[in-house]
Design a protein. Structure first.
Length: 117
């Protein structure tokens, strides 16, 4: 069973930065896929950024140029560096972990990001 724990959320002013971390444990091999999603109140959960073990990344248009996803394959940790934050980035951010391409997906409990002056 894979456990997923997010951290790094908080309150930040517009234009500020935060770095989120997603740590996956319980997998005996390199995890194939790690991704960040977010859900604002009353809205659906949307993809923010994803990365494979080979380093292939994908970003939502709304965060391109501001957010950067990276990972430490040896530790099965993914990071989301968020710069130039906007109030509309406010949401609960969730990490999605998929150990294998066609296998199960595991979610963390989420971390709150609030962008407000």
């Amino acid at each position: 069973q894979v456990q997923v724990v997010e951290s790094g959320g908080g309150l930040v002013q517009p234009g500020g930065s935060l770095r989120l971390s997603c740590a996956a444990s319980g997998s005996s091999f390199r995890i194939y896929f790690m991704g960040w999603y977010r859900q604002a109140p009353g809205k659906q959960r949307d993809m923010v950024a994803t990365i494979t073990s080979g380093g292939t990344t994908n970003y939502a248009d709304s965060v391109k140029g501001r957010f950067t996803i990276s990972r430490d394959n040896a530790k099965n940790i993914a990071y989301l560096q968020m710069n130039l934050l906007k109030p509309e980035d406010t949401a609960v951010y969730y990490c999605d972990v998929r150990p294998t391409p066609m296998g199960s997906t595991y979610w963390g409990q989420g971390t709150q990001v609030t962008v407000s002056s």
